[in-house]
Design a protein around this ligand. Structure first.
Ligand SMILES: Cc1cc2nc3c(=O)[nH]c(=O)nc-3n(C[C@H](O)[C@H](O)[C@H](O)COP(=O)(O)OP(=O)(O)OC[C@H]3O[C@@H](n4cnc5c(N)ncnc54)[C@H](O)[C@@H]3O)c2cc1C
Length: 396
């Protein structure tokens, strides 16, 4: 279930076994490379650069497009939205996560989230469309202000990219571009809270350098159509409000086992629930060095590969092996040419070298040669011409 980072890694490895039949089910016929969604949302990349056809990714594996609505563990089958069922001997739940509002009033109705291509498309349309609206006098100039909530890697990356987009608009909208701004709001005391304090400090000063207003210790109390009310009483206005403050696993699967606050199913070291279902990636809660593993792609990829080995062991009547996570570090980019990278063992980088590392890794992990070439070409164009050459547009 799920053709994301974890599901595809598992399916790809299992497909090498002649005597194992693998069926992959996903509601979308493509794998989404979420780490680059913010580039689609800010007009840096076209959407199909970050989506790869599942059937092409796993040739020879049976793929079914459909939404799974139920797991019937008693009969070893799953039910799809069209009421069809698929039987299984082993089930791998790899359905990922979705955006969560943490129950903050007004977020669901008024903020834009960025978990899917569709949502990234809506953000791009709003960001770019607002310039035409303001130029035509249909909206006030304040509508060019953008507020991003949540200063984790996604919030940092999107606010950096928005700041650069706004700067590049001076050629197209010389009369109004100066009214645009981007404010990044964070409830905690620093941006990138999961990074080392020095990286956080560095990221904040880089963000401020490119024009992002950073507000830490600022929890959101409530949101309205064009206003963000902070707990201290301050009100931030903007035409585009982006919620990048959190993700949670899907509520649908919480009945399959004990879950944590983020709906993640608690699994044992073999990556199984007590009922023997494998759960991997963002939907899984597994303790590592005293904390649950983070909801990031390397965790899903490594779990996917491991679960394939577990299924082969079961097939060959061999014992299951505990999953061991290899920490590969973390990174976040702050506009073009700036990033922070933390490697295991304490090595930290920032600036151009970190950005080049970020660039290389993202191209490496992107699915499909065509997408890689296309992204490299797009980035080269953006790098050379952004600010003087045209950015991507919105097609209604
Ligand atoms: C904006 C954004 C930026 C990110 N940036 C980074 C980053 O820079 N680095 C990093 O490591 N991680 C990043 N992540 C996190 C990373 O994308 C996830 O950790 C990773 O995708 C998890 O893999 P997964 O296999 O668990 O789920 P996913 O890759 O999300 O795959 C889940 C799949 O399940 C499918 N699915 C869900 N429900 C159903 C259903 N009921 N029926 C059928 N199919 C279903 C979905 O369509 C999807 O294809 C980012 C995430 C987002 C949203």
């Amino acid at each position: 279930m799920g053709a994301g980072f974890g599901g595809l890694a598992a399916a790809r490895k299992l497909s090498q076994q002649k005597d194992i039949n693998v069926t992959v089910v996903d509601k979308h016929p493509y794998q989404l490379f979420s780490p680059l969604l913010y580039q689609v949302a800010t007009g840096g990349l076209p959407e199909d650069d970050i989506a790869y056809p599942v059937r092409a990714a796993i040739p020879g594996v049976s793929f079914r497009k459909g939404e799974v609505t139920k797991v019937n563990s008693n009969s070893n089958s799953i039910t799809l939205a069209d009421q069809s069922t698929i039987e299984y001997d082993q089930l791998v739940l790899a359905t990922g996560s979705t955006g969560t509002t943490f129950g903050v009033p007004g977020v669901q109705e008024n903020a834009l989230q960025m978990k899917s291509i569709l949502e990234a498309r809506v953000i791009k349309k709003q960001l770019l469309g607002m310039y035409e609206e303001v130029e035509a006098g249909h909206k006030p100039k304040e509508s060019l202000k953008v507020v991003v909530i949540g200063a984790g890697p996604t919030g940092v990356e999107v606010s950096g990219a928005v700041a650069e987009l706004q700067k590049s608009m001076k050629h197209e909208f010389p009369n109004i571009y100066k009214m645009a701004s981007v404010t990044l709001v964070e409830a905690g005391p620093r941006v990138l809270p999961m990074f080392h304090e020095k990286s956080s400090k560095h990221a904040q000063s880089e963000l401020e350098d490119i024009g992002v207003v950073v507000k830490t210790n600022s929890a959101v109390d409530r949101m309205y159509e064009t206003d963000v009310h902070l707990k201290g009483g301050e009100i931030l206005s903007g035409g585009t409000l982006i919620w990048a403050a959190g993700v949670a696993a899907y509520q649908t699967w919480t009945s399959l086992g004990e879950t944590d606050r983020s709906n993640r199913i608690k699994i044992d070291e073999n990556l199984q629930t007590s009922a023997g279902i494998f759960v991997i990636g963002d939907g899984a809660h597994l303790q590592f060095k005293g904390n649950p593993l983070p909801m990031i792609a390397p965790v899903a990829l490594q779990m996917g590969k491991h679960v394939a080995k577990q299924i082969m062991s079961l097939k060959n009547n061999k014992p299951l092996r505990p999953f061991k996570y290899t920490d590969k570090g973390q990174m976040a980019t702050i506009g073009r040419r700036r990033a922070v990278v933390e490697m295991p063992g304490g090595l930290r980088m920032h600036g151009t070298i970190a950005w080049l590392t970020w660039l290389a890794l993202h191209v490496f992990y992107l699915a499909g040669g065509r997408n890689r070439i296309s992204v490299i070409a797009d980035w080269m164009w953006n790098y050379i011409a952004w600010g003087v050459g045209p950015r991507r547009t919105v097609i209604d």
